[in-house]
Design a protein around this ligand. Structure first.
Ligand code: 6PG
Length: 240
């Protein structure tokens, strides 16, 4: 783990992460004329999305995807799309044609298939190819999960698939998630982790033995060497 930025508090980490994503988006658009950004959900990104929505980004050039989604309707409080719509898509006026959501209202397998086809179409993928998101944003759960890749999940070994539906026993809930191969194929990875509840897991992630079945974040962080990490002091406590 190379720490990019440790802020005093969650707000500072969110602000620094938003600015980091803006810089990466600009670089990708300057180079290729367009950019693809895949975002995670949960609670942490809300603040970051708010900051990002107020930064100077030409969203006409950016295509937005999700790293994972809960299998719920878009207007369900648990929907990552719904949270992103409220905090980023709406305030930043991102064009709807640039928003590639997971249709969580569909049956999980159908939602995953539809999302897989949308990704293949956008990236013009041949069979067996993986998408190369220009920027992919990950959070991390207290248990070390990233995306919807939870400890002990059989999907942790899947380096060839694009995305899949997954039942998460501890949540008794279905999700659609990008698979490790799609995450590792990204050009730039941005990690935003804040809060004291993440400190021990981050310490294990960075300093502990490589046990990805227990700490899925290690699959990404130990293989994706130049990820940009944005932490607050509380989460970084165990690293100093
Ligand atoms: C989700 C996210 C998930 C998230 C972690 C951290 O759908 O919940 O994509 O991977 O990044 O669970 O969530 P918090 O930010 O709420 O701690």
């Amino acid at each position: 783990m190379s720490i990019s930025h440790v802020s005093d508090d969650e707000r500072g980490a969110a602000k620094a992460c938003a600015e980091g994503i803006r810089r990466l988006l600009k670089a990708a658009v300057d180079k290729n004329g367009a950019a693809s950004l895949a975002v995670s959900g949960g609670m942490t990104p809300r603040l970051m999305f708010g900051f990002l929505s107020r930064l100077k980004v030409d969203w006409r050039d950016v295509h937005l995807f999700w790293v994972d989604e809960r299998c719920v309707a878009a207007d369900d409080p648990a929907s990552n799309y719904g949270m992103t719509l409220e905090n980023l898509i709406g305030p930043a006026h991102i064009p709807s044609e640039n928003v590639h959501r997971v249709h969580g209202e569909l049956p999980p397998e159908e939602a995953a298939q539809k999302y897989r086809e949308e990704i293949k179409t956008h990236f013009r993928l041949k069979d067996g190819e993986l998408p190369k998101f220009d920027i992919l944003h990950l959070g991390m759960g207290d248990d070390g999960h990233v995306a919807s890749l939870f400890p002990g999940s059989p999907l942790l070994e899947d380096k060839t698939g694009i995305c899949a539906e997954v039942y998460v026993p501890k949540l008794d809930a279905w999700r659609v998630t990008l698979l490790p191969g799609s995450i590792l194929a990204s050009r730039k990875l941005v990690m935003l982790v804040s809060g004291a509840t993440k400190a021990e897991t981050l310490r294990q992630e960075a300093l502990g033995a490589y046990v990805p079945a227990k700490y899925p974040v290690q699959i990404i962080s130990r293989q994706f060497r130049n990820a940009n990490w944005y932490l607050d002091k509380a989460a970084a406590e165990g690293l100093t």
